[in-house]
Ligand binder design. Structure first.
Ligand SMILES: [Zn+2]
Length: 168
């Protein structure tokens, strides 16, 4: 009984120390192909990984029709131990993962313009360098769309103009 208590105590102490010192590291990544998120953490020798669906990844799955892919994880943020806060390109994709408007727009584009157009915009939305512009253009497409085709052309123009501005 005593041995068990000592073991438990040791586990608690090590875990607490691990958390406050170098033993703990946690990070969040985003897949640039499907928009899933991956939470990785490690407490000393115990690693754990959780992959989560997002609203965007559900659309990606529909579009891919169940075809599998190797996830391409972009580091978004993390911290622990010596590194208090690390950030990476994946963080630019966060806003695109859960907002309704861009995803609604993607669905409409797929319906009206086909899979290729939907894939084109999805690629933009999951590219850290273009995600913001793509998200804004897609939201506009949903918010003021008196007529889909006109709104689509406008979204395309907005996006191209914004990207050109960005790369200057
Ligand atoms: Zn993926």
């Amino acid at each position: 009984m005593k041995a068990l208590r000592l073991t438990l105590l040791a586990v608690v102490v090590v875990t607490v120390l691990a958390y406050f010192y170098e033993g703990f590291f946690g990070s969040l990544s985003v897949c640039s192909k499907c928009g899933r998120t991956k939470n990785s953490s490690r407490t000393y020798w115990i690693p754990s990984t959780t992959v989560k669906e997002t609203a965007l990844s559900r659309f990606c799955d529909e579009l891919a029709g169940g075809a599998a892919h190797d996830h391409d994880w972009l580091f978004a943020s993390g911290g622990g131990g010596e590194i208090t806060c690390a950030i990476g390109e994946g963080r630019y994709l966060y806003p695109a993962l859960r907002q309704e408007e861009p995803i609604q727009a993607l669905r409409q584009i797929r319906q009206r313009r086909g899979d290729d157009a939907a894939k084109l915009w999805l690629g933009r939305l999951l590219d850290p360098k273009m995600s913001d512009e793509a998200r804004i253009s897609l939201s506009l497409l949903i918010l003021d769309s008196p007529e889909f085709d006109t709104a689509y052309e406008e979204a395309e123009e907005d996006f191209t103009a914004a990207s050109a501005w960005e790369t200057r």
